[in-house]
Ligand binder design. Sequence first.
Ligand code: ADP
Ligand code: MG
Length: 241
Amino acid sequence: MSFPAATEGLEIRDLAGGYGARPVVTGVTISSIPGVTALIGSNGAGKTTTLRLISGTLRPDEGQVVYRGQTLVGLRPDEIVRLGLVLVPEGGGLFGSMSVKENLLMGAYLPKARAQRKETLGKVLDLFPRLAERHDVVARRLSGGEQQMLAIGRGLMACPRLLILDEPSLGLAPAIIQLVAEAIRAIASAGVPILLCEQNAAMALYLASQVFVMEQGRIVLHGTADELRQRPEIVQAYLGS
Ligand SMILES: Nc1ncnc2c1ncn2[C@@H]1O[C@H](COP(=O)(O)OP(=O)(O)O)[C@@H](O)[C@H]1O
Ligand SMILES: [Mg+2]
């Protein structure tokens, strides 16, 4: 199945790969569209592995990853970031002993992002006022929600053309998940397409325009979020663990 804007986004075709002889993910086909594209799956389904295959930290055994017409397979992770694909890893990947502001500035390490880092920093602090209040606090002293906001903020500092989020709700209380969700919605509304990987189907269905459900390394369900919001029991059936 294809989408009108697919060639402008990320196209993953028949992707297979993993950590040894036996692939963890197989036959994965996903196209991103403007707004939020969700990849939902329970713990161990293969979401993070898929993101490693996209972002260049794992080499696919089979398949294609194409972004804006350019194939990503064989590129280094930093070359992929340079093309505008920015991954916020599971758990945030923050530098615990560095301050909020230092972590944010680390996100703008590539020359293009560095050139406009003051302006981007202003936008990130507008989006997350809590980070402005805590700008000189070291990251490990932040709450879980603040750390996730910082991780997303650091991703934004790289000036992504596509922002990839790996389980931003992980370990957060419902009220905090709601705050993070609203921030993700604001980022998408500002024109940054998002690929959101989540176990939290309610959050993903709330934010996404289209949804892919992964089970045991395969895409088992694909539809618009409107379709799947009307049949949440189907999504839940794949997530029941
Ligand atoms: N570094 C690794 N080496 C070997 N197997 C791994 C590694 N990371 C994950 N796996 C396995 O790959 C499968 C998918 O994991 P993962 O992609 O992390 O799923 P998810 O992100 O959906 O929770 C799991 O069975 C997991 O045990
Ligand atoms: Mg994961």
